[in-house]
Design a protein around this ligand. Structure first.
Ligand SMILES: NC(=O)c1ccc[n+]([C@@H]2O[C@H](COP(=O)([O-])OP(=O)(O)OC[C@H]3O[C@@H](n4cnc5c(N)ncnc54)[C@H](OP(=O)(O)O)[C@@H]3O)[C@@H](O)[C@H]2O)c1
Length: 166
């Protein structure tokens, strides 16, 4: 099973503030939905709460928390007490790929376990950011695909879909 990160980050790896995203990019949301549809998605407890505590439809949601008393108010959501356990739970679904969808703490800890990164690079700086994606070192990772899009009436900044593999 391929373990992938899926993330959108600014030019300085900014990914969030006050438990929210820093932008609204409809095409990135579409890309996220199309890429992860039908697959297990792992996320930290804070990211799960940032999406209003509602599971992503059409996907197996696995929330990672150290709190053994955490019970999401939706029986479809699975809970893991470590990232490793979450990956094992994803593997039990016989899927070919599992997507780790943040946030900052979960990305940082799981990067060594990851084979592929789907990165949407937002071509802008966000000095207000509080949460960051770890550095993708080009000694370890190779960018195998990229596709650029300009800003338009629905997207305040240009953005680029990139795929990285080890
Ligand atoms: N731009 C993007 O693509 C993107 C994607 C996702 C999220 N985000 C942003 O990222 C921010 C949230 O990130 P964050 O770093 O604050 O939080 P997070 O990574 O979403 O969640 C952190 C929580 O996960 C649990 N956790 C972390 N490591 C664990 C481990 N090893 N074992 C078990 N549980 C563990 C803990 O939950 P407990 O405290 O319950 O134990 C911890 O408080 C938000 O601003 C969100 O909007 C951005």
């Amino acid at each position: 099973m391929i373990v992938s990160h899926i993330v959108a980050a600014g030019e300085h790896n900014e990914i969030g503030k006050q438990n929210q995203l820093l932008w609204r990019l409809p095409n990135d949301l579409k890309f996220f939905k199309n890429t992860t549809w039908g697959m297990p998605v792992i996320m930290g407890r804070k990211t799960y709460e940032s999406i209003a505590g509602e599971p992503l439809p059409g996907r197996i949601n696995i929330v990672v928390t150290q709190n053994t008393g955490f019970h999401p108010n939706n029986e479809k959501v699975r809970v893991a007490t470590s990232i490793e356990q979450a990956i094992v739970m994803a593997g039990e679904t016989d899927c070919k790929e599992v997507f780790i969808a943040g946030g900052g703490e979960i990305y940082k800890q799981s990067l060594p376990l990851t084979h592929r990164i789907y990165l949407t690079r937002v071509v802008h700086s966000f000095p207000e950011a509080e949460i960051f994606y770890p550095e993708i070192r080009d000694t370890e990772w190779k960018r195998i695909h990229h596709l650029d899009f300009p800003a338009d009436e629905k997207h305040a900044w240009a953005y680029r879909f990139e795929t990285w593999e080890r």
